[in-house]
Design a protein around this ligand. Sequence first.
Ligand SMILES: [Zn+2]
Length: 276
Amino acid sequence: MVKIVVRLLISMAIGLLLQTSNVWAAELAIVIDDFGYRQHNEEQIIKLSPNITVAVLPNSPNAHHIANIAHEHGNDVMIHLPMAPFGKQPLEKDTLYPYMEEEEVDRIVTNAVALVPYAIGVNNHMGSLMTSSQIGMENVMKALSYHSMFFLDSKTVGKTAVREAASLYDIPVVERDVFLDDKQNEAVISQQFDLAIRVARKNGSAIAIGHPHPQTLNVLKHKLANLPSDIELIKISQLVTPLTTESKPKVTLKYILEHCINQLEDAWNFNNNLNK
Ligand SMILES: [Zn+2]
């Protein structure tokens, strides 16, 4: 019995420790994409934290400059690669289509790498049509395999061919969990941010994607200044693991608390059995 009480006390002490330390914090990565058109807003976003990841449209007027500024500030830089959507929308130059030849896709990807210095990965701009196409995404992954990049699936459509295509070329893949600002309304963006936190607590980590809108900037300013102590803002690169490395389940506050509760239940049952 004494042994069990000691174990319980240790578990509870760990639980308390967690409330004041972020050693086992759940991880939240925030990627702000569509960079390259709104320099003022983009610089403000970069200034918020070096742990915010920025994704730059390669053919935007300010691509090279803003990628350099982000890198100098310590932020992870990604290429926001334009891909064809199902619907009719204004498209970026060099938007990728499933019908394109392998050589054409390779030319566009190689250009994008040259236009966005310091990029370590890629996420899709739009792309509901392109990312659904197995052959299209195989061409993209093949082109990316020459540049040691990972792929963040923005998930602009329910089912994509990203993972399957990437696995053929050993390209690491991560996926977006929450879009912050589909609605450019601060109350809604704030709710989406809280949703990302809940996902991070549940899964150990979460990836949220937003855009350089003034409303998003305002919400991020407030939310990041008041981040709960069990949540850590991290760079996207911290969530990317090579495919060959087995990922370990992450120890989160929820995991530890559940562990403590299990131990309490065990002790309770043990005590009841003794008294029978
Ligand atoms: Zn975009």
